[in-house]
Design a protein around this ligand. Structure first.
Ligand code: UT7
Length: 337
């Protein structure tokens, strides 16, 4: 018979590249303004990776921090899952690249494609391997270098995104702690609203696809906005219901950091006071699958998340997808490693 195990996060890490690109910098690149970006999105700046930096470089730094925070070594890892929309290359996966860089020789490794929901999809997936008894320690990473796939002449998209990585180590934790409820979902019918059309088997790379700028992010912002407004609150409510909890039981709400107006709308739907909502979209922009673990790490470091707190993570993104997870926080300290 299967044992009923509590699975939670025992270590967290995050990393963003040093270079900062402000809205004022963007004013010099496209027809936009700081006022427009702040008012419509809440973003003031974002971090951008250098030309010689790939997603796995950011992922390794976040992962090393998470391992140190968990107090375990890489060779104890049984599995590495990386949620990313911006892998270093088609294959090998980022998970395999970082398995090698971390020397996590025992770990199985794969990437997971769920857009900005990738980290929470990864948490839920990774936890199942521990619940089943197959694995003991799982590393889940959300890492992106979106700057590499943005059309820097398209003001509709280039102002929104940033680069970064976040990582978490999953393990069995004391009963009553860890992941209490989850909700995953997808609406493939809306997939065309947010895509990178070329470079795959549908539209292999060619001179024409390059000339058509088809290797960049294409987005219908309004449609994605409407989708996000609908699913963020719903997904969080379903995860809470799955955990037999209500929004008033939540101590900290950690939404995907895409747009302050989407975050406010989700908080309103949950009747969540804004003091309980983690917001850092102003500093990093939308870092896709990295946004939730970066926000969670910052929330833990600044004391917004403490031992025994009930937290809700919720994201939405390309696919279209959504993912939410309710966690009872089990870590005693919030040491900065
Ligand atoms: O993680 C998932 C990834 N995607 C998202 O999260 C995106 C979700 N969507 C959004 O956040 C919002 O829809 C946007 C921020 C992308 C756009 O905000 P909006 O309030 O929906 O603006 P809009 O698309 O309705 O555009 C309003 C106007 C347009 O001009 P016209 O047609 O009214 O003359 C745009 O061309 O704003 C214009 N615009 C800009 N103006 C200055 C669009 N981008 C910019 C810009 N600077 N960067």
């Amino acid at each position: 018979m299967r044992e009923n195990k509590a699975v939670g996060i025992i270590g967290l890490g995050c990393y963003v590249p040093e270079k900062v690109l402000t809205n004022f910098d963007l004013e010099k690149m496209v027809d936009t303004s700081n006022d427009w970006i702040v008012e419509r999105t809440g973003i003031k700046q974002r971090h951008i990776a250098g030309d010689d930096v790939a997603t796995s470089d950011l992922a390794v730094k976040a992962a090393e921090q998470a391992l140190a925070d968990a107090g375990i070594s890489a060779d104890e890892l049984d599995l590495i899952i990386v949620g990313t929309a911006t892998p270093d290359m088609y294959f090998p996966s980022v998970a395999c690249i970082i398995q090698n860089k971390l020397k996590a020789t025992k770990a199985a490794a794969f990437d997971l494609s769920a857009g900005c929901s990738g980290f929470v999809y990864g948490l839920v997936t990774g936890s199942q391997f521990i619940i089943s008894g197959l694995y003991k320690k799982v590393l889940v990473v959300g890492a992106e270098t979106l700057s590499k796939i943005l059309d820097w002449t398209d003001r509709n998209t280039c102002v929104l995104f940033g680069d970064g990585a976040g990582a978490a180590v999953l393990s069995v934790v004391d009963d009553g702690y860890g992941i209490l409820g989850v909700e995953l979902g997808a609406e493939g019918a809306g997939g065309h609203y947010l895509s990178l059309p070329a470079g795959g088997s549908r539209l292999p790379a060619s001179e024409l696809t390059v000339a058509n700028r088809s290797h960049f992010v294409h987005m219908n912002g309004n449609e994605v906005f409407k989708f996000a407004i609908k699913v963020m609150g719903e997904a969080a409510l379903k995860a809470l219901e799955n955990a037999s909890l209500k929004p008033e039981d939540v101590d900290c709400f950690i939404p995907h950091q895409a747009n302050i107006r989407i975050i406010q709308s989700a908080a309103k739907r949950l009747k969540m006071p804004m003091e309980k909502v983690m917001i850092n979209v102003d500093k990093y922009g939308n870092t896709s699958s990295a946004s939730i673990p970066i926000a969670l790490k910052e929330a833990v470091m600044n004391g917004k998340v403490k031992k025994d707190d009930t937290i809700v993570l919720v994201g939405f993104g390309a696919g279209l997808t959504w993912a939410s997870c309710v966690i009872k926080w089990c870590k005693e300290d919030n040491t900065i490693v």
